[in-house]
Design a protein around this ligand. Structure first.
Ligand SMILES: Cc1cc2nc3c(=O)[nH]c(=O)nc-3n(C[C@H](O)[C@H](O)[C@H](O)COP(=O)(O)OP(=O)(O)OC[C@H]3O[C@@H](n4cnc5c(N)ncnc54)[C@H](O)[C@@H]3O)c2cc1C
Length: 432
């Protein structure tokens, strides 16, 4: 049996690896001239690895499969505690550590802990904003949610299915979180100090990966015939499609015959969120070096320093923004957006003359092989991810958007979907 894997992001690499372990030949077709997809460690911008895409390992529960590789490869994961290493500009204008702000304001604390007690379950039709107002969130709390939780979810609240997107925090409120001596719990964030590429390059070892192969058409009427922009034709018995949701929804790849109605319903129920980063290099520390994150009132609302937790090296700050924040920045273009970001930073830290040594934006929404950051589940479409994941032999489906709600938009979720699709192919091969 021969399988084509479309895309060499984490989902594609995971699928190809798991197929290879089962002695099934897989060829990975990747449009870019690099692997990793939305995980992209840059080694030119600064003297430390800078993550232009995924940056953190979200959580440390057994489902977070990245840890197996971190351990296997002996990598160091630094825990971002987000309590005393983070500053927040509160809605009433104070500049406090996150710990102080949460202690001073139960309203803010709730938007961080998500301990919603006996709040009613969200309805499938409800967007996040409508639901939170229904359960009594104040306008101030809504602004905190927009600045932090919704921004991290990759879209504005209007586009977030409350039931789907609150699954993680609602589950989190259900039981003890097993806090360790470092203050880390199952929902903590960690950075791989050696860079995420140490992980994805290892995943790719020994695989047959064809870079620069822009897939244009997938004919799945009898086996699979894939045609690339350069006119190359690849034939196989099956294919794992890991194309990002943005690429699928923009119709950049033609399916022959067209995808069945359930698949089209699934795609219509998911929206690629505009998620962006801007990275800034400074000649010296701009704040007390123990501070590594800023929750700003302006745009971008979320900043962190990849240099925190490292010994020496240059000072880098990353701005992360999505949804309406990104929609406000995109028309400005790179230079004006970088200046706007700098103005926000200057205001928050009280340094009106601050200048950067260099900076750049990473524009995922306009990246032709991503067309966005990660997927949002739209109100009314709770089952869209499950429908997207359903195999339609000879096509098998993987990629971030097809992960269960609590694993979506994450590296370990993408890995899971690749493993799942490989498992489906392996099982069908055994059954035949
Ligand atoms: C800014 C940002 C920050 C993030 N932060 C985190 C984080 O901190 N932690 C975390 O866990 N996750 C994070 N994520 C999410 C994480 O990066 C993704 O969930 C994951 O990398 C998706 O992997 P994937 O394989 O599904 O998709 P992708 O990585 O997008 O892989 C799909 C591949 O398909 C290729 N492709 C596209 N079109 C074609 C074509 N026509 N022909 C052939 N190949 C094609 C693409 O080039 C790409 O390599 C972040 C994402 C972004 C954008």
């Amino acid at each position: 049996m021969k399988v084509l894997v479309i895309g060499a992001g984490i989902a594609g690499l995971s699928a190809a690896r798991h197929l290879r372990e089962a002695s099934i030949a897989a060829t990975v077709l990747e449009a870019r001239h690099r692997i990793g997809g939305r995980v992209w460690t840059d080694r030119d911008f600064a003297d430390i690895p800078v993550e232009f895409g995924a940056e953190l390992i979200h959580g440390r529960s057994p489902e977070v499969n990245t840890w197996r590789w971190v351990e296997k490869l002996g990598l160091s994961a630094w825990h971002w505690n987000k309590i005393d290493d983070s500053m927040i500009r509160t809605e009433d204008g104070q500049w406090l550590t996150m710990g102080q702000a949460r202690a001073a304001s139960p309203e803010l604390d709730l938007t961080r802990s998500w301990e919603l007690g006996d709040a009613p379950e969200p309805e499938n039709e409800e967007d996040l904003g409508t639901y939170l107002r229904r359960i009594g969130f104040s306008e101030q709390q809504m602004r905190y949610v927009q600045r932090s939780f919704a921004n991290a979810e990759g879209e504005s609240m209007l586009y977030l299915n409350a039931k789907a997107h609150l699954q993680l925090p609602l589950d989190a409120s259900g039981g003890p979180r097993g806090i360790d001596s470092d203050g880390a719990d199952d929902y903590s964030d960690f950075r791989i100090l050696e860079g995420y590429d140490s992980y994805y390059k290892k995943l790719a070892e020994g695989l047959d990966i064809r870079l620069g192969s822009v897939v244009k058409a997938i004919d799945w009427s009898s086996g699979v015939v894939v045609t690339t922009a350069a006119g190359a034709v690849h034939r196989a018995d099956a294919a794992v499609v890991t194309l990002p949701l943005g690429v699928l929804n923009a119709g950049r790849v033609e399916f022959i015959p067209p995808l069945p109605p359930t698949k089209q319903e699934a795609l219509a129920g998911l929206k690629m969120g505009p998620v962006m980063k801007m990275v800034y290099l400074f000649d010296e520390h701009i704040l007390d070096p123990s501070i590594g994150a800023i929750y700003a009132k302006g745009n971008p609302p979320m900043w962190w320093s990849p240099s925190l937790g490292r010994e020496g090296g240059q000072v880098v700050w990353t701005a992360f923004f999505s949804g309406d924040y990104a929609r406000e920045m995109l028309p400005l273009g790179e230079e004006a957006a970088l200046r706007k970001g700098l103005d926000t930073l200057r205001r928050e830290i009280g340094q009106p003359d601050l200048e950067y040594a260099k900076a750049r934006w990473i524009n995922w929404p306009e990246d032709e092989f991503a067309l966005g950051g990660y997927s949002a589940c739209l109100p009314g479409h709770y089952d869209a991810r499950e429908k997207l994941a359903q195999p339609t032999p000879p096509l098998y489906w993987a990629g971030e958007a097809s992960a269960p709600h609590h694993l979506t938009a994450m590296v370990h979720g993408a890995y899971f979907t690749g493993q799942r699709a490989a498992g489906e192919i392996i099982n069908s091969e055994r059954a035949s």
